[in-house]
Design a protein around this ligand. Sequence first.
Ligand SMILES: Cc1cc2nc3c(=O)[nH]c(=O)nc-3n(C[C@H](O)[C@H](O)[C@H](O)COP(=O)(O)OP(=O)(O)OC[C@H]3O[C@@H](n4cnc5c(N)ncnc54)[C@H](O)[C@@H]3O)c2cc1C
Length: 322
Amino acid sequence: MAHREPLNANQPRYRPLCHPRVPLPSPGCHPLGPIVKLGAMKPAAFIYHSPSTVEEALALLAGLEDGKVLAGGQSLVPAMAFRLARPSDLIDINGIESLKRLAVENGALVIGAGVRHSAFHKPVEPGPTGRLLARVVKHIAHYPIRTRGTFCGSLANADPSSEWCLTAATLDATLVCQSASGRRELKTSDFFDGVMTTTLQSDEILVEARLPLLPPDARAGFYEVSRRAGDYGMAIALAAFRVVDGVIAEPRLGLGGAEDHPRRIPEAEAALLGSAPTPETFKAAAEAASAAIDPLEDSQTSGVIRRRLVRAVVERALAGAE
Ligand SMILES: Cc1cc2nc3c(=O)[nH]c(=O)nc-3n(C[C@H](O)[C@H](O)[C@H](O)COP(=O)(O)OP(=O)(O)OC[C@H]3O[C@@H](n4cnc5c(N)ncnc54)[C@H](O)[C@@H]3O)c2cc1C
């Protein structure tokens, strides 16, 4: 049996995600006793704030040079552990009740900054949008990560392969960014600005995303290729369209993981519009998407392979639309 030192009032105690300047708990309050000395924390030192209103959080951000919002912590905390991120202050928004709103309002799904991935495990509304989101969410990481990570945190993090970034881009979401001096509403084309880069200002919080609901008769499909279940996708496609008088109307075709940020591909949508929803049409749209991209290249995936993956995911997303 492992030996544990008895509690010692003079010994420093492990305080996850806290700054040494924050007072330590009273001696003996941690049931496990001393685990790691403060100096051995993996992240660089930071000050932790836990505001209970958006206004309080924004006032804190406005007064800090290097403050960062902490939402689910599923991207930020690992980055801090590797010291790739070294914020002076963390503004934890998890205690702000008003940010946990998830509601349908004026034909759009309003997703507050506190809404976690797991909220979408079951359809959040009875139409095609709710069903699509429930299909997409299963591809994001693993269950424990989905119980902490947030929809808006994914958008702010702007990974090119993020499933929610692709969803927001394809459904033309409106992103509401708020600072102490006001609010602005952005479309994703004005928000995503490259690999893990957005136009969100350092004193702003992405307080909510508004996803316009798909029409009730819309068919929607999603397909992702990743190396292992739960990994970020190497190429992902999201498709939605209606069929009116036997031909495709209002097509939407978005790609993620293929370029430096997800976006709709107008060339593929043009190949779909007004055509019958047949395998030949889907193949033509897939060819158009593959030709239209400026492919991301990395050590494991060349541009040629990325184009092939894009062809496959587009064709399968369209064929699987329901
Ligand atoms: C093993 C693993 C696998 C993963 N796989 C996937 C995957 O397949 N697909 C995928 O999409 N994600 C994946 N993720 C990431 C996960 O989805 C994160 O939850 C997500 O990227 C960030 O959301 P978060 O709420 O955890 O944000 P945090 O980690 O708290 O923050 C991320 C960044 O966004 C900023 N931020 C967060 N919220 C806001 C806000 N409301 N306003 C302003 N700034 C904000 C933070 O300051 C920080 O810079 C994975 C993570 C892990 C650890």
